[in-house]
Design a binder for this molecule. Structure first.
Ligand code: NAP
Length: 485
């Protein structure tokens, strides 16, 4: 199926180190499958410790000349990269759908969204401002410089195989850093295609390296223990984020951690119920429910509970499952068998604990990774579905009575990534917006991502921000000069 890709240069299956495509030293490869039909898409080089070390050396060697470039020159290269990504949008989207499964319209959207970060940071590259501070004495001057932190390790997940990479690599390169990227073994082709386009755009050898591997722990150990790597930017599960944070302690690395969420989606009595249903559909079922900002707990106030559930059922029932390549499909497969088994287990537990099944509740057919869009009502806090990330197309709906009650319920989790609520009353909006312990709050909208906004979480959803005027700070260090005149 990779034959569907028109620009054959985008299809690469080797490691990308120091501007060269190379095989693993031991010749090992791993298989990459289409999660929809389990067709083998291709074999990709399986790098390990040796190759990761090689990539770090390449990134370190390239650092001096990359950070010495004028900001405007780095900016121009990033702009070319952005343009090339958009010129190849359709091919990149097909590649993404083939290895990840999401519907093609969503993949096209992800490529455009990923490219928007490259464009944003191409601009921000020119705005790495310092400060001049009044000195402590008449003959002293204090100047603040912002400098690139150095070699950056980036580790990314499979659910957004393009955008999770550009959100890290674009600001790192804009700041003058060099990068060693380890993408998920589920989706290496998208990562290699982006690296190819970066190189075509003029990113010099060694500035952006990609290690594809099935040995995530070993590669992670090399990246986190290396004294040459000055920063780790990680997007993935909270459990692995904590592990990597510990591993980075010995070398005191700067960290950005974009970890798991458990988003509450609250519908108040005065909400526009139709708009809330529309928001819930997009927030819940996008990418088959496999996003970190997916609505995980849908709280509906008692007066609109029945009408909301009824309308959600009607809208959910219209969603079509199938191959992401097929026109009109809204929900593709889950990423792998482990993910499907997890979703099945959460639904089973909820039903055993007294929830009611309104729709779906099983796979499309036995052995398939397609899981029917599902609605569960009468969900309660004690159910596993309330405390775990569902990461599947399952909407769990809870009933609540008061505003204070739902704020307490919404905040009763270690996660703090995204939250959503629908309501009209101005005082209510401010009260709830300020009380929610989350890094991002969607108010009367189910879509919050934007390159101009600071994406990131609080509590155990991590720290650091991607995008916006704050995004470059994660890749910079602050130095001040105290000058006697
Ligand atoms: P994951 O299992 O934590 O994997 C994320 C990345 O870490 C992958 O590249 C994985 O490699 C790698 N990895 C796994 N074990 C490792 C280790 N011991 N050392 C170093 N690297 C290791 O998460 P996932 O299942 O791919 O992604 C889903 C999670 O990501 C969810 O929790 C979701 O909420 C979160 N997420 C958060 C954000 C955000 O912005 N906050 C965005 C998207 C996703 P392999 O895949 O090759 O094993």
């Amino acid at each position: 199926m990779l034959s569907l890709i028109k620009n054959r240069q985008l299809v690469n299956s080797q490691l990308f180190i120091n501007g060269h495509w190379i095989s693993a030293a031991d010749g090992q490869t791993f298989d990459v499958y289409n999660p929809f039909d389990h067709e083998l898409l291709g074999k990709v080089a399986d790098g390990g410790v040796e190759e990761t070390e090689e990539a770090i050396v390449a990134a370190h060697t390239a650092l001096a000349s990359w950070q010495a470039l004028a900001a405007i020159d780095r900016s121009r290269i990033l702009k070319r990269w952005h343009n090339l990504v958009l010129e190849n949008q359709e091919d990149l989207a097909i590649l993404l759908t083939l290895e990840q499964g999401k519907p093609l319209t969503e993949s096209r959207g992800e490529i455009a969204y990923g490219a928007s970060y490259i464009e944003w940071f191409a601009e921000e590259a020119k705005r790495v401002y310092g400060d001049t501070i009044p000195g402590p004495q008449a003959d002293k001057r204090t100047i603040v410089l912002k400098q690139p932190i150095g070699v950056v390790a980036a580790i990314t997940p499979w659910n957004f195989p393009n955008a999770m990479i550009t959100r890290k690599v674009a600001p790192a390169l804009a700041a003058g850093c060099t990068v060693v990227l380890k993408p998920s073994e589920e989706t290496p082709f998208s990562a290699l295609a982006i690296a190819y386009l970066a190189s075509e755009a003029g990113v010099p050898p060694g500035v952006f390296n990609v290690i594809t591997t099935t040995q995530a722990a070993e590669a992670g150990e090399v990246l986190t223990s290396s004294p040459v790597v000055k920063k780790l930017s990680f997007t993935g599960s909270t459990a692995i984020g904590k592990l990597l944070m510990k591993q980075c302690a010995d070398t005191v690395k700067k960290l950005s951690l974009e970890l798991g969420g458990n988003a509450p989606f609250i519908v108040f009595n005065d909400a526009d119920v139709d708009a809330a249903v529309e928001g819930a559909i997009v927030s819940k079922y996008r990418n088959a429910g496999q996003t970190c900002v997916c609505a995980n707990r849908i709280y509906v106030q008692e007066a609109v509970y029945d009408v909301f559930v009824e309308k959600l059922k009607v809208a959910t029932d219209k969603l079509r499952l199938g191959s992401g390549l097929n026109e009109g499909v809204n929900i593709g497969p889950l990423i792998n068998e482990k993910a499907a088994t997890k979703v099945e287990g959460l639904v089973k537990d909820a039903l055993e604990c007294g929830a009611s099944l309104e729709l779906g509740g099983h796979r499309f057919y036995s052995g398939s990774l397609l899981y029917l869009p599902t609605i569960i009502t009468d969900a309660r806090f004690e159910m596993k579905i309330s405390s775990e990330e569902i990461f599947g197309p399952v909407a769990a709906v809870y009933k609540f009575e008061t505003v204070d009650e739902v704020i307490r319920l919404a905040n009763n989790t270690d996660a703090g990534l995204a939250a959503y609520f629908y309501g009209k009353d101005n005082a209510l909006i401010w009260k709830v917006a300020e009380a929610l312990e989350y890094g991002m709050v969607g108010i009367n909208t189910g879509i919050i991502s934007d390159a101009a906004a600071p994406f990131g979480g609080v509590k155990q959803s991590g720290f650091g921000r991607e995008g916006s005027k704050y995004g470059l700070d994660d890749y910079l260090v602050t130095k001040y000069l105290s000058i006697k005149t």
